[in-house]
Design a protein. Structure first.
Lengths: 283, 352
C-alpha cells in the first residue's frame, strides 16, 4: 500500500474501512446469497431448475433479444457518435439529448409508450392487427423495448472518445489515399476499439437484465414471452425460491463476467499505452 | 512539380482566412509560408493539399487544375503539426499505410512494401524503431515518422504544417537543418508553414510572408530581410527601432531624426515611419556627422556573439541596438550614460 499521502493514516484507514464495509454489505454478500440459495438443494436441483422447459425458453429468448439489440445499438452508436464528434450540423444538441432519453425515462414508461404505439388500442394497433402482426405481448415487442432502453450505451461511451481523437488521423489517412471505408475500418474503429468494447459489454448486460420495459410489453406468457428477469420474478412469486435463485444466478454470473472482461480490457489498454521514456535522447 | 495558387479566397463564416492570394512555387524549391497565427497560412496550405476547398480561385500542379481532384488522388505528402500518426499501429505500419490502402492492382507485394518502408525509415534514420508504437517515440522521432509516412506514397509535392511547432528549441534547430539536407537530397517541391521567422529564413529557398489572409511579400530570405516591402514585414522579421514622423519636400522628419527622402518631393506633408534593425544602429560618444539622436543607456546584455544595448530616447521610448564585441570593448558603454545613436540604414515607409 502506498503511504506517500499527506493525510494521516487514520483518515485513509477509515475511508478504506467504509469502502470495504459498503462493498461487502451491498455487493459481495448479496452475490454470495444468490449462489448459496441457488445451490441450497444441491447441484442436481440447480441444473434441473435451469433445464426446466420454461426456464430454458426464457434463457433462449433473453439471448435472442440481446443478439438483436446489441448489434443494432452498436451500429447506431457508431453512426451517432461519428456524426456528433466529426461533423457540425443543425440539431446536434437535440440529437444528444434524444440519445439520453432512455436514461432519463423510467423503463416502465418506455414500455408503456410501446404499448400505446403498438398495442391493440394503440396508434398503429389497427393496422398491425389487419396485417396480422403481433408486437405487444410477443417477441418483437420485447426486442423493441430492449433496443430502446439500451440504445444510449454504445453511443454515450463512444462520443467522448471520438471527440478526444479529433480529425487529424483521418485526414492523414485521406491524404495517403485511403477511401471512406478503409479509413473507418483501419483508422477510426481501431482507435476507438476500447470504447466500442466497453459500450457493447454494458449494452449487453443491460439488454439481458432489463426488467421494467420488458415486463410491460411481455404479458408474461410462460415459455413464450418471458425473459430471464421476468421468469425469476414469476418463480419468486410462486415461492419457488431455489429455482428463482438458480435462474437469477445466471444474471449474477453475467455481471461477474462483464466486470471481468471490462477490467481485462482496461488492463490491456493500459499496457499498450504505456509511455516509454527510452529512445528520447536519440530524437 | 510546380505549384501555382491563383486568386484563391477562403472564408469561414464572416472571417476571410485567405483573401485573393496568388503564389507560384517553382519545381524543386522549398518555400516557407510565414505569418502570425490567423494570417491564413495554414488555410492556404490545406487548400493546396485539397483538405479544404477554396471559395474562389484555383490550385494548379504543373499547370494542371486540381479543383476536381480529391485529396486522395492529388498525390501530396502532408505532415501535420501534431504528427497525426496512427496510434494503434507500429512505426512500420504507419509508414506502410499509404501503400496498403492502394487498390489491389496498384498495391505492391508484401516484400516490396517491406523493402520500401525500411528504405524510408533508413532515410529518416529510424529503421531501428520500426516495431515501436508512436506513443513510445519522442516528438522529433514522431515527426520524422510522419515525414517518412508522407513520402511513402511518392508524393509530387510535400506540404508541412508547422513541422517543428511542438518541439523544443534544440531539437527544432537540429531537425530543420536535417530537413534542409533531406530536401537538397530528394529535391521535392515543398511548402512549409511556420510562424517562426528565424526558421523560415534559415531553411527556405523562398519566403512568403502572410498577414490577415494576404501576401505581404515574396522573395528569397535575403530579399525579405534586407528589403522588406511593408512595415509589417520589417517588424515581423525581427526587432527594429521605429522613428515615426512625416515626409515633406524631399525630407523625412522622424522624431529626432531628419534625413533626405527624395522619393517624396511633394510639398504636402504625409505621415511616415523609419525603421532600422538593432545592428544597423551606430552607437558612439560623439555626434559624428549628425543625423542621429542622443539616448540614455539603460541596460547591456554582454552575453552572446553580439552585445545588446537597451537605450531610451529623450521621450523615454525604448531603443534596441546591437554592436560587435570589438566595438563594445573599445566603447566601454556604462549604464546611465548618454550615447549618440545613428541609424546606418533607415527604411522609410510613407503611410498610404
Amino acid at each position: 500500500m502506498r503511504r506517500d499521502l499527506t493525510e494521516p493514516p487514520v483518515v485513509w484507514a477509515a475511508l478504506l474501512a467504509v469502502a470495504v464495509v459498503f462493498l461487502a454489505a451491498f455487493l459481495v454478500l448479496p452475490l454470495v446469497a444468490v449462489f448459496a440459495q441457488a445451490l441450497e438443494k444441491g447441484f442436481a436441483a440447480y441444473v434441473a431448475a435451469l433445464r426446466e422447459p420454461d426456464a430454458w425458453a426464457a434463457i433462449r429468448l433473453t439471448l435472442l433479444t440481446a443478439a438483436v439489440a446489441v448489434p443494432l445499438n452498436l451500429v447506431f452508436g457508431l453512426a451517432a457518435s461519428w456524426a456528433i464528434a466529426k461533423f457540425e450540423f443543425p440539431g446536434k444538441g437535440t440529437l444528444l439529448t434524444l440519445i439520453d432519453l432512455p436514461f432519463a425515462v423510467s423503463p416502465v414508461i418506455s414500455g408503456m409508450i410501446f404499448v400505446l404505439l403498438f398495442g391493440r388500442q394503440g396508434l398503429l394497433g389497427p393496422w398491425l392487427g389487419a396485417h396480422d402482426v403481433k408486437v405487444i405481448f410477443a417477441v418483437p415487442g420485447i426486442v423493441l423495448a430492449t433496443v430502446f432502453v439500451t440504445f444510449p450505451f454504445v453511443a454515450r461511451e463512444l462520443i467522448p472518445v471520438m471527440q478526444a481523437l479529433g480529425n487529424e488521423e483521418e485526414e492523414a489517412a485521406r491524404v495517403l489515399g485511403a477511401g471512406g471505408w478503409q479509413i473507418f475500418f483501419r483508422v477510426t474503429l481501431p482507435s476507438v476499439k476500447r470504447g466500442v468494447l466497453y459500450g457493447v459489454i454494458l449494452c449487453n448486460a443491460r439488454a439481458m437484465g432489463e426488467f421494467g420495459a420488458v415486463s410491460v410489453v411481455s404479458g408474461h406468457i410462460r415459455g413464450l414471452t418471458n425473459t430471464i428477469p421476468l421468469h425469476v420474478e414469476i418463480l419468486y412469486n410462486e415461492y419457488n425460491f431455489q429455482a428463482a435463485f438458480a435462474v437469477a444466478s445466471l444474471l449474477a454470473f453475467l455481471a461477474l463476467v462483464t466486470l471481468l472482461v471490462k477490467s481485462l480490457v482496461e488492463w490491456r489498454s493500459r499496457r499498450a499505452a504505456r509511455p516509454v521514456e527510452a529512445a528520447r535522447e536519440a530524437a | 512539380m510546380s505549384i501555382e495558387v491563383r486568386n484563391v479566397t477562403k472564408k469561414f463564416g464572416s472571417f476571410t482566412a485567405v483573401d485573393d492570394v496568388s503564389v507560384t512555387v517553382p519545381a524543386g524549391e522549398l518555400v516557407a509560408l510565414l505569418g502570425p497565427s490567423g494570417s491564413g497560412k495554414t488555410s492556404l496550405l490545406r487548400i493546396i493539399a485539397g483538405l479544404e476547398a477554396p471559395d474562389a480561385g484555383a490550385v494548379l500542379f504543373e499547370g494542371e487544375d486540381q479543383a476536381r481532384r480529391d485529396v486522395r488522388v492529388r498525390r501530396v505528402g502532408f505532415v501535420f503539426q501534431h504528427y497525426a500518426l496512427f496510434r494503434h499501429m507500429t512505426v512500420f505500419e504507419n509508414v506502410a499505410f499509404g501503400l496498403r490502402v492502394r487498390p489491389r492492382v496498384a498495391r505492391p507485394s508484401a516484400a516490396e512494401i517491406r523493402a520500401k518502408v525500411m528504405d524510408l525509415l533508413r532515410l529518416v534514420q529510424l529503421d531501428w524503431l520500426a516495431d515501436r508504437m508512436p506513443s513510445e517515440l519522442s516528438g522529433g522521432q514522431r515527426q520524422r515518422v510522419a515525414l517518412a509516412r508522407a513520402l511513402a506514397v511518392e508524393p509530387k509535392v510535400l506540404l508541412l504544417d508547422e513541422p517543428f511547432g511542438s518541439l523544443d528549441a534544440r531539437i527544432r534547430q537540429e531537425l530543420r537543418r536535417w530537413l534542409r539536407r533531406l530536401h537538397d537530397e530528394i529535391r521535392l517541391t515543398s511548402v512549409f508553414v511556420t510562424h517562426d521567422q528565424e526558421e523560415a529564413l534559415d531553411v527556405a529557398d523562398r519566403v512568403v510572408v502572410m498577414n490577415r489572409g494576404c501576401i505581404e511579400q515574396m522573395g528569397t530570405p535575403q530579399e525579405v530581410f534586407e528589403h522588406p516591402a511593408t512595415p509589417f514585414v520589417m517588424t515581423f522579421l525581427g526587432q527594429s527601432a521605429v522613428f515615426s514622423g512625416t515626409v515633406q519636400g524631399g525630407k523625412a522628419f522622424l522624431g529626432p531624426l531628419a534625413v533626405d527622402y527624395p522619393d517624396h518631393a511633394h510639398e504636402e506633408s504625409r505621415p511616415a515611419a523609419g525603421y532600422a534593425r538593432p545592428h544597423e544602429l551606430e552607437v558612439s560618444r560623439i555626434e559624428n556627422g549628425g543625423g542621429g539622436l542622443w539616448a540614455t543607456l539603460r541596460h547591456t546584455s554582454p552575453a552572446g556573439s553580439v552585445v545588446k544595448l537597451e537605450l531610451a530616447d529623450p521621450d523615454g521610448r525604448s531603443l534596441q541596438a546591437e554592436v560587435t564585441r570589438e566595438q563594445s570593448e573599445s566603447l566601454q558603454p556604462r549604464v546611465g550614460e548618454r550615447l549618440y545613436v545613428k541609424p546606418r540604414k533607415l527604411r522609410i515607409f510613407v503611410e498610404r
